[in-house]
Design a protein around this ligand. Structure first.
Ligand SMILES: Nc1ncnc2c1ncn2[C@@H]1O[C@H](COP(=O)(O)OP(=O)(O)OP(=O)(O)O)[C@@H](O)[C@H]1O
Ligand SMILES: [Mg+2]
Length: 225
């Protein structure tokens, strides 16, 4: 089910794949066309969810087990959906979200070894019908992504977060899991080769999203010419 009148696009993939870079470039490109764009991220994106974000990424919830973490992710997502995403879509905005339900399927479901029905139930409650219209999966070897993420962190005192510090093998398993989702839901998901240059990827992302833009959301240029 597609929510309301706007357009909901999610950006997924492993660490350092370029999600945050590309979401910014797409937001700029769409805003330049006069579209109203909401750029958001998970975990977080709403006041309640940002409060939970720190607990999750710092590893504070880790000792209490993967089920606890999965439920906290779902709680944060529910707040984010109801407080921010659903209202923005209802207002006709283009909502771009850096990670969403597929990250839970992959991180908690596949590499967290949580049972499928448990993950599915949490997803249902958390998204409550707000399924992305399009999910762009940034695919690259885990070693390349982690190297990029390490370089980006760079500065003194910058420690890898709870998920970045896991084994390379775990990251590779996540890559496969994202590709599995794309293969199972080809209408919703598009896979991009994230080893390409940023500009090339940005053009590919725009080409995927352009045909999906809400009816009536003509570019400024189109209105004036
Ligand atoms: N296509 C690219 N080629 C080379 N480097 C890139 C490319 N895209 C992004 N980078 C660089 O790689 C690093 C990670 O990119 P980015 O933060 O966008 O990834 P991410 O998918 O959001 O990672 P995370 O999951 O850790 O948030 C940044 O330093 C960014 O400048
Ligand atoms: Mg990022």
């Amino acid at each position: 089910m597609s929510a309301a009148h706007g357009l909901f696009v999610t950006f997924e993939g492993g660490e350092g794949a370029g999600k945050s870079t590309q979401i910014r470039l797409l937001a700029d490109a769409l805003r330049a066309r006069g579209l109203t764009v909401l750029m958001t991220r998970e975990p977080g994106g709403s006041k309640g969810a940002e409060a939970v974000r720190h607990v999750l990424l710092s590893g504070a919830a880790e000792p209490y087990g993967i089920r606890m973490e999965a439920i906290l992710f779902a709680a944060a997502r529910s707040d984010h959906v109801e407080q921010v995403i659903r209202p923005a879509l209802a207002a006709g905005s283009v909502v771009l979200c850096d990670r969403f339900m597929d990250s839970s399927r992959v991180y908690q479901g596949v590499t967290g070894n949580l049972e499928q029905p448990f993950i599915e139930a949490l997803e249902r409650v958390a998204i409550n019908g707000v399924v992305p219209d399009c999910t762009i999966i940034f695919d690259l070897p885990a070693s390349v992504g982690l190297e990029r993420a390490r370089k980006r962190a760079g500065g003194p005192g910058e420690q890898p977060d709870r998920f970045e510090k896991e084994e390379l093998q775990t990251h590779e398993k996540r890559r496969e899991a994202f590709l599995d989702i794309a293969a199972r839901e080809p209408l919703r998901c598009r896979v991009i080769d994230a080893t390409k240059a940023q500009d090339t990827i940005a053009a590919e992302v725009l080409a995927i999203v352009e045909p999906l833009l809400p009816v009536g959301a003509l570019s400024h240029q189109e209105h004036v010419s």
